[in-house]
Design a protein around this ligand. Sequence first.
Ligand code: AGP
Length: 613
Amino acid sequence: MCGIVGYIGPREATPIILEGLRRLEYRGYDSAGLAVLQNDQIAVRRDVGKLENLARQVAAAPLNGHVGVGHTRWATHGKPSPTNAHPHVSHNGRTVVVHNGIVENFHELRAELQAAGVRFRSETDTETIVHLIQRELDDGHPLTEAVRRAVRRLRGAHAIVVLNADAPDRLIAVRVGNAGGVALGVGAGEMFIASDVPAILEHTRRMVFLESRQLATVTRDGWTLQTLEGEPIEGQVHTIPWDPVSAARGEYKHFMAKEIHEQPRALTDTLRGRLDFRSGKVWLPDLPLSQEQARALQRIVTVACGTSAYSGLVGRFLIERLARVPVEVDYGSEYRYRDPILDARCAVLAITQSGETVDTLAAMEEARRKGARLWSIVNAIGSQAMRLADGVITMQAGPEIGVASTKAFTASIVDQYLLALYLAQKRGTLSAEAARQHARDLARLPDLVGQALEGEAQIEALAAKLYHYEHFLYLGRGINYPIALEGALKLKEVSYIHAEGYPAGEMKHGPIALIDEGMPVLAIALQDALYEKMLSQIEQVRSRGGRVIALATAGDEAIREKADHVLYVPPTPPLLSPMVSVIPLQLLAYHVALRRGCDVDQPRNLAKSVTVE
Ligand code: AGP
C-alpha cells in the first residue's frame, strides 16, 4: 500500500528515504521510487517489486543530494511498472510528485491536459497532478501558489509531496481528506515528511500532523502551514513517546480511534489493483473462477462471527443484487451443528479479520468435508483461514489492534462488493455501463467515509449527553439493518452499555414494549427507498415518549422536527451507504466509552482473536 517519505537537510537524502520506505514495507506494495535534487537537476529511480530492486538500482547509479522524496505504490490506475511507479515527473523534468489517494476526476483532467498538448507517460491518475502543477508554474505562479491552484482542481482525498528544482530549498506537502496522514518530522536543521510516523521516528519524535485541506512549506529550518485557500495557520508540534506501541498509535490516544480514522485509506488500499476505475473490471487473482464455474454456482453461504457476520449480512445484499446468486449468512458457531446441506455447486465464504476464529475455521472445515468450494475474506496475512481456502480476498486494512473491529468491517464489505461485481461479470448479470457506474461509486467511497469522519466533534458532544444511559435500541432497514446490529455491538463492547440492534419493521412485534425515556433509540433514517418507512418507526417511538437519535442524510432538515438529536452523513449511493453510515456509530461508541472511563482498546472479557469454542 502507498507510503511517502521526504527529506530536506544537510545529510544525504537517499539513505534516509530508502530506510523510511523500508519501515513501511510491512504494509505491502508493488513498486517503489525516489527522486533527489542532484546538482540542480531532479534525478529519479523507480522499480517494481521489492524495495531491494530499487536499492540495487540506486547502488548501481547513486543519487546524491540533500532534498528528496520517495514512495511505495500499490497500483490503482495502471499495472505495477517502472513508468507507473512514483515519483511522477513534469514534461520539463523540473517538478516531481508523490501521491496517496485517488484523483476521482482524473479522466476529465487527463483529457483537458492532453487537449492542451501534454504527453502522458504513465497510466496513473497521479501524473495529472504533476502536469497541473507544472502548468501553473509555467504560467508564472510561485511553487506554493501553483500547488494550491492545482490541488484545488482535484476531486477525492489526497496526500501529496512536491519537489521542484527551481525552488530547491523546500518541499511542499498537502493533505486533502483522509487518503492517509501527512506527518512533518521536526529535526535540528533538517525536516522529514512521512505518511506514517514509524518511517521517520528514528530521526525525530517531534511531529506536526496536517489536517485536511492544509498545505505545508517545509524547509531545512522549519515549516509553515496554510489552508488551501492561502490563509496562514498555526500547527502544533506533538511529541511522540518512544515506545513502539505509542509510536504505532501515532497522533491518536487509542488504536480504536486510529483505526476508525484509517478507514479512508484502508478502503483505498482494498480497492487498489482489484478494480479498474475506468472499465469497472474486477481482478481477484487469488480467487480463480471460470465463467462456467461462476454460472454453475447455485448458492453462497457466508460463515463468520460478530462484526464479520454483520459484514456478511451487508455482503448478502450486494451479492444477491449484483450477481443474482442466493446468499445465506450464518454464525460460524452455529453452522456446523446444523448438518448443513452443501455440495460442489455451493461456495462457502468465510469472513474473518484475524483468520484464526475457531468457530469460523470449524465452519470452513465442515464445508470442506461436504465438498463445497471454499473462499475466505481475511485481514491477517498467512492466517489459518487464508491457508484453508481455495480462493482468498485480502482486506488490505493493515493490522487491526483495537479489540473492537472497525476498519476490518468496512474493508470486508468492500471485498464483498468486489466479489459481487466479479461474479456478476462472470455470470453476465451486469451491463458494462452498470459495472462502470459501480466503479465510479466505489472510487468516491474513501472520500465519503472521510466526510463522515468530519462529524466527530458533534458526535463527541452528543456522547456527553448520552453516556449515562444504560440501554439503547438501534434500528435500521434494508442494507442498513446490519449497521444497526453493528452499531449496537460496538456500543456494548467498548462502553458496557446494553444495546440491541433490530430491523426497524420488527420493533412493533416486541421491542416496542421497552420504549420509554430511559432507552434512547438510534434510528438509521437515510434518504433512500425505505426513508418514509423509517420515519413512521420514529413516530412510533416518539409517541411512546422515547428519545430519538436520527442518523440522516446531510441536507435533510425536516428530520430535525422528528428527532431529539440528528447526526448527518453525506448523501451516498445506496449500496455504499453501510460503509458510510457505520462511521458515526463507531465514533459514538468510542466517545461514549471514553466518557465512561472504559478501556476502549482492550474491553473487559474480550479477545482480539477468539481461538476457543
Ligand atoms: C468485533 O468488534 C468483535 N471484537 C468480534 O465480534 C469479532 O468481530 C469476532 O470475534 C470475529 O473475529 P474475526 O473477524 O477475527 O473472525
